[in-house]
Unconditional design. Structure first.
Length: 168
């Protein structure tokens, strides 16, 4: 069985960014409902929150800190493993393509023009491919950063939407 990040569609930067947008939208809707439910519960009890409300407030704080920490760690790990190398390669290839452009501009013979235009095409193709990889890597960073926050928001929305157990 394939995991979502190894599916062929996840090699296309557009599909990666679409996935990020969909997850972000779902997380925002879930967060809105969680905020509404928690705020309603707090307003209902006023200045004397119930023990259940106090547990919910404490849980909310712990979850936010844990999700933010996990998200930050995911960003740092992904930046460290791929993005710096890709940015370095993109800058080098950008200079190569500009060098090839200037070389083409100074061609004197048709043979030089043909050879140098092919060199420019090759350099530009490598640069575009690297930029595509960089876009995919950036989307993966966003996916990994969003994952813990999305997971908490959606699980809280499901949990808080359930009717509270009757007090004995």
């Amino acid at each position: 069985m394939r995991t979502p990040n190894t599916s062929p569609r996840f090699f296309n930067p557009l599909m990666l960014w679409t996935d990020v947008a969909l997850k972000t939208g779902e997380m925002l809707v879930s967060s809105g409902s969680v905020i509404q439910m928690r705020t309603s519960r707090m307003a209902m009890h006023g200045l004397q929150p119930s023990p259940a409300d106090m547990r919910e407030i404490h849980l909310m704080s712990e979850e936010k800190l844990a999700a933010a920490t996990e998200s930050g760690t995911a960003i740092v790990n992904q930046l460290h493993t791929t993005s710096y190398a890709l940015v370095n390669r993109a800058v080098q290839q950008w200079f190569e393509s500009h060098g090839a452009l200037w070389s083409l501009a100074t061609s004197f013979t048709p043979a030089q023009l043909l050879t140098r235009s092919q060199a420019l095409l090759d350099a530009s193709t490598r640069l575009v491919h690297t930029w595509s990889q960089l876009s995919s890597a950036s989307a993966r960073i966003a996916q990994r950063a969003l994952k813990p926050i999305h997971a908490k928001a959606t699980s809280n929305a499901r949990r808080l939407a359930l009717p509270a157990p009757a007090a004995a």
